[in-house]
Unconditional design. Structure first.
Length: 505
């Protein structure tokens, strides 16, 4: 009888037998001048527009802006899962969450043999590799495969005087987390010799809540007035019942009935922004920007700046009152989009803007191609290399989004497809409406067209494309099980099912 293997089973078998491309192979170590150095800087929960180069009204990020002005901005950068741990796994492995297996926050590491990270490949090829900052996968603080140097911490960590782990040694540091991580990044760069190239992954805790700026930034912008988002007054009248229930009296945990078009519009409280929390969120970005400036200065002093591929990104988007929500997870634009910048003068034109859709799963294959390494077969993203030359032919026209039920059981499992102009969201575990949006005429996603007869053909077209992507990426073969909808984990509680205007924490 024939045995059917899932994609994950096949990848694990290939890795065990040494067939997973590049990992386990003996590769001659490259000299530092032959291949570029690599620096990847990741922030937590930083919105796509939380940069002054994006026209933010009061946030100033001159050092991050420098990467944009001396390199390129990805104007349409997205995550395939808007949640910290799954997204981090995707950046490292080049895979969707259902492939690398990190589908909830903090539960597990990805499989280092079946879906090895780009750092594992680069380390095998002779790169000097370092990890500094938030890992947020699995329970331990100590080193993970692929890194010669390790400085991290358990879970979310602390902003002030945090416990840290350096190469397996636990200790308590003194100071502010973002500044400490910058110092350890500088330490790694100072220890890297010119004999071989380096790869540094600098992963900040900021700007995850509880939003805590550095003391020097605690009181900036005292007179800023926060504007009401354009889609704060979403009535949800055309939207799925589970979404309308969150803003009404019915518990979303028991909703499993199909919505009707023109459902009850939910009452809207006057805009009342959480001013201190919001400003502290943006204030916390300032220390990250300060640190980026120090890293760029050291690389220039070392004479390695222009031979270093520098990529900056956020791990997911964030709601600040849009659709009356906070946090992320949903497939709306504010949650889905991320900031993404790249600087590499040898290939990337200064001040350029890349309009094609770029994903977090693209980082790993891009870095490996630029480092002259073959891309392992498990990676599902695509290298951005053609985009640097303006080669658009054959680039993706759609991508898959997935969210698995996490610690917030009021938010159901969802899958979706986004194209340049349209978006379709499906909730597989609910007998509820899809969501269909024309992003050209409705960029704030206020009018759900899924049950509008005039858009039936587009609904069917995107449904077929979504099914194709699910099949192509092996979504249906995953064996991982997540927390059932509506059932909090033992000792846990339902969170994030709130009206933004009424939230106090």
């Amino acid at each position: 009888m024939a045995v059917q293997l899932t994609r994950r089973d096949a990848l694990r078998a290939m890795a065990a037998s040494g067939l997973a491309l590049t990992v386990g192979q003996a590769v001659a170590a490259p000299a530092a001048g032959e291949h570029p150095n690599i620096l990847f800087i990741l922030t937590d929960d930083q919105r796509w527009d939380a940069l002054s180069c994006m026209g933010h009204p009061f946030l100033k990020t001159p050092n991050l802006d420098r990467i944009r002005h001396e390199g390129a901005l990805f104007a349409n950068a997205f995550v395939t899962t808007s949640l910290c741990s799954p997204s981090r796994g995707s950046f490292l492995t080049g895979c969707y969450a259902h492939t690398h297996g990190v589908m909830q926050n903090e539960k597990r590491d990805f499989d280092f043999s079946a879906t090895p990270s780009f750092a594992q490949v680069l380390q095998k090829s002779g790169y000097h590799t370092g990890y500094v900052g938030k890992w947020h996968m699995g329970p331990k603080a100590g080193p993970r495969p692929g890194f010669d140097y390790w400085l991290s911490f358990r879970g979310q960590g602390k902003y002030t005087d945090p416990p840290l782990n350096e190469n397996g040694r636990d200790f308590k540091a003194k100071g502010y987390m973002s500044d400490l991580l910058t110092d350890y990044a500088l330490k790694f760069l100072g220890s890297s010799s010119d004999e071989k190239p380096f790869c540094l992954y600098l992963s900040h805790k900021a700007v995850h809540g509880p939003f805590t700026p550095a003391p020097r930034h605690a009181d900036i912008w005292p007179d800023v007035q926060l504007k009401e988002p354009a889609n704060y007054r979403d009535t949800f009248a055309s939207k799925p019942e589970w979404l309308r229930s969150v803003h009404g009296t019915k518990s979303a945990r028991v909703v499993n009935n199909r919505s009707t078009v023109g459902g009850e519009a939910r009452p809207i409280a006057p805009w009342s922004p959480r001013k201190k929390a919001t400003l502290d969120y943006y204030r916390a970005i300032q220390a990250v920007d300060d640190g980026v400036g120090k890293v760029l200065a050291l690389l220039k002093e070392q004479g390695r700046l222009d031979n270093t591929v520098i990529v900056f990104a956020g791990d997911n988007g964030y709601f600040w009152g849009e659709h009356r929500r906070g946090d992320k997870r949903l497939m709306y634009e504010e949650s889905l989009r991320i900031p993404m910048l790249i600087r590499y003068p040898k290939l990337v034109k200064a001040g350029s803007t890349i309009q094609q859709m770029a994903l977090n799963i693209d980082l790993a294959p891009t870095l490996l191609e630029l480092a002259g390494q073959p891309v392992p077969v498990h990676m599902q993203g695509r290298s951005w290399r053609p985009l640097f030359d303006g080669r658009k032919k054959g680039w993706r026209r759609s991508f898959l989004y997935e969210y698995w039920v996490d610690l917030t059981p009021n938010i159901p499992r969802m899958v979706g497809v986004r194209t340049a102009d349209w978006k379709l969201v499906r909730y597989p575990d609910l007998k509820d409406l899809d969501e269909l949006y024309d992003l050209r005429s409705d960029p704030h996603e206020l009018s759900n067209l899924a049950e509008v007869a005039a858009h039936d053909a587009k609904h069917q077209e995107l449904s077929k494309e979504l099914d194709r992507l699910l099949d192509e990426t092996g979504y249906h073969t995953t064996k991982w099980k997540t927390q059932p909808l509506g059932r909090p984990q033992r000792g846990g509680k339902t969170v994030l099912a709130y009206d933004f205007a009424k939230a106090t924490g």
